[in-house]
Design a protein around this ligand. Structure first.
Ligand code: SF4
Ligand code: SF4
Length: 375
């Protein structure tokens, strides 16, 4: 999953802005927006007010208590911008939230077990959603502007927004205990996008919370990263989350959490895989790029930096760094109980990168105490 409670990637302030002024719209409402959004390939859409988001206080508290770990894009000056969308688009009055499904035909990570293969998160198996969704959002903005003028700005992880809170307010779904946005009809495999506008558009109503007494995501999380919140409900402690370790953390992974990472080398889908609302999630994305679905660990361990760059080119996994990726592969090999990985690990233990070498030594130590295969 994404590092939840939060955003998936570093925001960049490079959204799209329209040019015509306007203050209200009698031609746009939630129904019209949804019909138009569907024309541009958005399966989910809704509208909310651009007033300060009530969840901001909870987010600020989450950051202040250090639960975001070292994710600077969530904790630096951009944290406060999330409480004031006026700083992103002066005069903003409404936000259109969109969702694009990305579930493909491949099995869930919880249905797949091959100790010799790595797991890369589902959202990174295809084309980089930042590019594809931003292109469609821009076309959508052109259409909206043509209908009623106004100023517009489109964002897909490109501006500091509380995007899941906005999407919840706009009726796209509720924020589950796994901290992902869940649509009752579509599940949680979707990318969010937002369009800010100076027009006032009638807001939609928030969707009800349908988690009930379920705790499957909490029970399934290998590193107990979903924790009770003092403010009620649950929250993500990113400092315990496999997605954080494998993508965001650029330094050593704390030893206590390495075993729990299993074979995850980029992200983690477990708390979405086990969610009952994803049981019947519609398959709407094309099959994964073959080399990204559960690639063999041994092949990944032998990649040069150039091969690593080629592997992820054009995907959302370009955020991964070569050294961090080799570090994750070493951990996955150490967790595999496969003594055949001793040789590639010994090579990684001789790496010039001290972080990679240290994780490879840890993995060799773990393999040494692993039970022999078939025992
Ligand atoms: S299952 Fe746990 S570790 Fe994995 S993404 Fe969810 S919260 Fe993070
Ligand atoms: S697994 Fe259960 S508790 Fe967790 S998000 Fe899904 S419905 Fe909610």
């Amino acid at each position: 999953m994404e590092i939840s409670g939060i955003e998936r990637v570093s925001p960049k302030l490079n959204g799209d802005r329209g040019a015509v002024n306007g203050t209200g719209s009698d031609k746009l409402n939630g129904r019209v927006i949804r019909e138009l959004a569907a024309e541009f390939g958005f399966q989910l859409a809704g509208v909310t007010s651009a007033a300060p988001v009530p969840d901001f206080e909870r987010y600020r508290d989450w950051v202040d208590r250090g639960l975001a770990g070292e994710m600077k894009y969530l904790t630096d000056h951009r944290a406060d911008i999330r409480g004031d969308m006026e700083r992103l688009l002066p005069g903003v009055r409404s936000v259109i939230c969109t969702g694009t499904l990305y579930n493909g035909p491949e099995p869930y990570s919880t249905e797949f077990s091959d100790p010799e293969r790595a797991w890369i998160s589902r959202y990174a198996w295809g084309e980089d959603y930042h590019d594809t969704i931003q292109a469609r959002l821009k076309q959508f903005v052109c259409k909206l502007q043509e209908i009623n003028g106004g100023e517009w700005r489109s964002c897909v992880d490109t501006a500091p927004l509380l995007e899941r809170s906005l999407a919840r307010q706009a009726g796209l779904g509720w924020i589950g205990k796994n901290t992902c946005l869940i649509s009752q009809k579509e599940g949680s495999w979707f990318f969010l996008g937002e369009i800010l506008t100076t027009l006032k558009v009638e807001p939609d109503s928030p969707a009800p919370d349908r988690c009930g007494s379920c705790t499957r995501c909490i029970d399934a999380c290998p590193t107990t990263a979903i924790v009770p919140s003092a403010k009620g409900g649950f929250e993500l402690d990113a400092r315990r989350c496999i997605s954080y370790f494998s993508i965001e953390l650029r330094t050593s992974i704390p030893e206590d959490f390495r075993a729990g990472m299993g074979h995850h080398v980029f992200g983690c889908d477990i708390c979405q895989d086990v969610c009952p609302w994803n049981r019947r999630a519609v398959v709407s994305a094309p099959p994964a790029r073959e080399e990204l679905f559960a690639p063999p660990l041994e092949r990944l361990a032998g990649m040069s930096k150039t091969e690593f760059t080629q592997l992820f080119r054009g995907t959302a996994a370009t955020r991964s760094k070569y050294g961090s990726f080799l570090r994750n592969i070493a951990v996955a090999m150490g967790n595999s109980e496969q003594t055949k990985f001793r040789q590639p690990l010994e090579r990684l233990a001789g790496s010039e990168d001290p972080m990679v070498a240290e994780h490879a030594r840890w993995a060799l130590g773990r393999l040494a105490i692993s039970p022999p295969p078939g025992s």
